[in-house]
Design a protein around this ligand. Sequence first.
Ligand code: HEM
Length: 559
Amino acid sequence: MAVEQIIQSSVFSSPLLMPLLAIVFVLTAVHFWQMTRRERKIGDLLPGPPTVPIIGNAYYFLNSTNHEIFNKAIDLVNCYGSVVRGWVGHKLFVGLSDPRDVEIILGSHDHIDKSDEYKLFQPWFGNGLLISTGEKWRTHRKLIAPAFHMNVLKSFMSTFNDNSRFVIKKLMKEAGKEFDCHDYMSEATVDILLETAMGSKRTSESEEGFKYAMAVMKMCDILHRRQFKIFSRFEPFFTLTGMKEQQKKLLGIIHGMTQRVLNEKKAVFDKNLSEGNLPSPSLQEIIKSDASVDQAIKKAKAKAQNLDAGLRDDLDDIDENDVGEKRRLAFLDLMIETSHYNPHQLSKDEIKQQVDTIMFEGHDTTAAGSSFALCILGCHPDIQEKVYQEQKAIFGDSDRDCTFADTLEMKYLERVIFETLRMYPPVPIIARKINKDIRLASCDQIVPAGSTMIIATVKIHRRPDIYPNPDKFDPDNFLPERTSNRHYYGFIPFSAGPRSCVGRKYAMLKLKVLLSTIIRNFHIKSTVAEKDFKLQADIILKRTDGFRIKLEPRKTKAY
Ligand code: HEM
């Protein structure tokens, strides 16, 4: 009999189980309560809802749906302001939505550790870039960032175009009907990532990308439930609820696909190696001391402190310090070569973890971003018309591919994308664990070491002192004259500082090509007004009511 079955049949069937667990829980809570006296003393000075002995504020989100959790979190900020504390047992959570406070966390190399909640991702991407920390994170970040260099991205244009045309063909079947565009956006973004970052092309009608995207969505739901249903974080409860079994199946689909891609690429590399066909120069020759990247990161930090607007991070400076053609390898090629020549820097397991990380971070975020953008354009025909006219000015009546130069002309579309990411940031919150006390800038209060900081992007982006009409969709919020005086941390859909998103430029380029192709082919309509969008708290921001739109072809023949 399997160990799990034995455990289930004996201990879990005992009527003593629940009382015993309750006693253990209470004793542990009391123990931690005593251990964390200092944190409580300091933390209780911060504004927040009333606490209940032992559990603190853990009652607050109890039995709430994802939509209710979202609204309750927003209400907390509305009620207590830009610094809100909450206790879950002995653990202090502090929500921040003032850019000055956020800068202290995100702009610092001292606070790069992810909160404990990210550990729930470990069965999925082990210690991949999103959750790793310390020296491991630093080394891997330096390895991975150049794979998203603008010159690598330019070489992806034909893939972005081909896949966008493929989506158009699929969407054509939905013409005239109301449907949820998110599934289509998810499948397209998985296919694009597979081809660009992993070098694995979609086989004509393969459903693998779609199945992967659906499995990711369900996995996010499990992880999100575990974040808010504290009991389900404990293994026995996780097992009992059936979620563990479901997670196992979903990870089977997710890891099945990433492992296949990795095996294929590795086989090609090994074959080339044995035949002496490896691209020249080798990675050993290419990767110099990495001093250029180090220097770039330092320069970016210095600049970020002086800049108060726009989107800048270490990636910008990696561009400015380009080390030349030879460094430009696509993500998985770069990983496999690095691991071959420098296995101490990157083991085989670590490649797999990075592949899983990039596949998740790179697809669900852009799928949500593009779905929100389509719905928004459906809600605002005037804005959609302006986007279309810009496209007409660039392409005329031609149905040619979109070039990199074209994307630079798409200024209005870019503003629409930024405004979408402002109002509907795909990553609605970022959580960090701080290892030393910090003094907040907005209220001169201290947050004690050990606390979890919740950066509420979704709330920062709706501050009336930064965006005078914050609930109005207005792409002109991103006109240069408006952004030039804005606080650098007042717009952070891709986070900011040393741990910002490595795929930011990739995401913007892909979104432009995808949305440009869709807009040139279809009129978009939404039957739901923007004010009625029901947002739900999730790892990636979604709509509870789905991303429903209607499409009308602009031409009779699709691309
Ligand atoms: C609209 C699209 C995207 C948005 C809004 C977005 C947003 C973010 C945010 C907010 C973070 C920080 C998360 C945190 O600290 O918890 C992040 C990290 C990251 N993103 Fe993105 N992302 C997007 C697209 C992409 C793409 C396309 C890729 C790769 C192809 C990517 C790869 C990553 C990675 C690897 C990290 C971890 C970086 C680190 O910890 O050093 N993202 N992203």
